[in-house]
Design a protein around this ligand. Structure first.
Ligand SMILES: Cc1cc2nc3c(=O)[nH]c(=O)nc-3n(C[C@H](O)[C@H](O)[C@H](O)COP(=O)(O)O)c2cc1C
Length: 250
């Protein structure tokens, strides 16, 4: 078991575990099992989400738990229509690959979770949201990520489904107009977790080279060579088995 040594310091083993959780978190679509998620697990996931950072400690989120068949099927129907529209938006060469991708597990996942943002929760003027007004939306995304990582360490799969007309989903779920839909998640036990993202395995997109994304001092100025080298070394140390994930192959 990884233990906090005291209130402030984590053990090396705990640190390594956190990185493992981060690298092995996956968006799950095709591997859900029908076994229900127990309330104690769901409670822990919700608690993890609720402990995310939020601008002005606004905690603008709500969590709508969906377990009944009828609603899950209705939401799947909304996805299907939007996904047919989505396929046509890509250039013709990519359409058939797009159509071959599994982009949701709405019918197989026993639990859906809709995470919303109430932008009025803390009144009109919010500490930290005074100038960059979208910070409450981003705070809610932090809650999603907390839940996603907590789920992985519980060996529970999470898939984020966003191919919907937001208004149609809100209407079906009775979500008020002024509440923003941030994430529609499918959650369930899984047969297995893949090591690499589905979109990478299926040839849609590769992970980018981190060193090409890091700059220093000003935009488009390359990072210091010692940082670049450290990124390559740490990647090789943390992910020794992952050829495709490594910046060293590029
Ligand atoms: C905001 C957001 C929306 C997403 N929407 C979808 C979606 O509609 N369908 C889908 O299959 N995956 C969706 N994903 C999952 C991404 O495709 C996935 O995170 C990415 O391919 C990397 O894979 P990984 O999460 O397994 O590392 C979404 C992810 C995010 C962060």
């Amino acid at each position: 078991m990884t233990m906090k040594e005291n209130g402030l310091t984590f053990t090396t083993a705990a640190r390594e575990t956190l990185y493992e959780v981060i690298f092995n978190r996956r968006d799950v679509r095709g591997e859900f099992q029908s076994t229900p998620i127990s309330d104690d697990i769901l409670a822990r996931l919700l608690i993890a989400a609720h402990h995310a950072p939020s601008v002005g400690f606004m905690q603008p989120w709500n969590f709508l738990v969906i377990r009944d068949d009828k609603t899950r099927h209705d939401i799947h129907a909304l996805f299907k229509t939007a996904n047919e529209e989505a396929a046509k938006m890509f250039e013709s060469g990519k359409q058939s690959l797009y159509q071959s991708l599994k982009l949701e597990g709405l019918l197989t996942a026993p639990l859906h979770l809709c995470i919303t943002c109430d932008r009025n929760r803390a009144g009109p003027v919010v500490l930290g949201r005074t100038h960059m007004t979208e910070m409450d939306l981003y705070s809610t995304v932090c809650a999603v990520q907390n839940l996603w990582l907590a789920a992985r360490v519980e060996n529970i799969g999470v898939g984020w489904v966003s191919i919907f007309h937001e208004e149609e989903v809100k209407k079906r779920l009775g979500i008020p107009e002024d509440i923003h839909l941030i994430a529609y998640l499918t959650i369930g036990h899984v047969s297995s977790f893949h090591q690499k993202p589905d979109l990478a395995r299926k040839g849609w997109r590769k992970r980018l080279n981190l060193n090409e994304l890091v700059m220093e001092t000003e935009w488009e100025r390359q990072a210091d060579l010692s940082l670049t080298t450290s990124i390559n070394e740490e990647l090789a140390r943390l992910m020794p088995d992952s050829e495709e994930e490594s910046n060293l192959d590029e």
